[in-house]
Design a protein around this ligand. Structure first.
Ligand SMILES: O=P(O)(O)OC[C@H]1O[C@H](OP(=O)(O)OP(=O)(O)O)[C@H](O)[C@@H]1O
Ligand code: HPA
Length: 189
């Protein structure tokens, strides 16, 4: 491995070593079980299309899909506003989904509702595309009063987590550590 990449690896390992684990793996799995049950109750007969919001939604989508045992289709979209930073900017659409939303029940899956600007824009887009029912599921809703639309909530929320910069379970720290099965926050952030 080149020296620069190894220094990066060591820096990220140090961030992880210096972080607090806020939600452990067992609690994350329990949250996914509850989310999947609520989604099943509502959508089992609806032949929904489940859209993963890449990249952060990949982990939550996989965890949910393996718990959903009814017919559905899966697609993805990519709309990002953080670009490896810890504060959000303008929403940048990078990939649009292939499966049409026209006349369909739609479930958007993402890792986190933070300020909510990403999800709000995606939900508007889905309605404009002709979906008859648009719902969203997030693993985490971050608790603070900076929501883009006050009171904005996902239809399905796994966990409410304190107002710190989070990583793990799909959420990244500077592009890394999405793969961790628990939720962490770096000390001081
Ligand atoms: O509620 P908001 O403040 O809008 O933030 C939430 C969004 O931010 C993250 O995506 P990001 O733009 O970092 O892209 P990523 O999915 O590739 O990490 C996350 O996956 C959500 O989509
Ligand atoms: O706390 C966060 N962590 C990772 N990605 C995010 N995108 C919005 N908020 C966060």
């Amino acid at each position: 491995m080149n020296e620069q990449l190894d220094a990066e690896r060591q820096r990220i390992c140090q961030v992880l070593a210096d972080s607090d684990c806020l939600v452990n793996e067992a609690a994350v799995n329990q949250a996914f079980d509850q989310l999947a049950q609520a989604i099943t109750n509502d959508l089992a007969s609806a032949m929904p299309v489940v859209y993963c919001v890449m990249n952060g939604g990949l982990f939550a989508t996989a965890e949910l899909l393996k718990r959903l045992s009814f017919p559905l289709e899966v697609d993805y979209m990519q709309a990002s506003r953080y670009r490896r930073q810890t504060t959000g900017g303008e929403l940048n659409w990078r990939v649009s989904p292939e499966i049409s939303m026209q006349g369909r029940h739609v479930l958007i899956v993402d890792d986190i509702l933070d300020e909510g600007a990403t999800l709000a824009a995606i939900l508007d887009h889905c309605r404009a595309q002709g979906a008859i029912d648009v719902r969203c599921a997030v693993l985490v809703d971050k608790v603070h009063d900076r929501k883009a639309m006050p009171g904005f909530k996902a239809n399905y929320t796994g966990l409410e987590v304190e107002d710190r910069y989070l990583f793990g379970c799909g959420m990244d720290y500077q592009g890394y550590l999405r793969n961790l099965p628990a939720i962490y926050a770096p000390k001081g952030l």
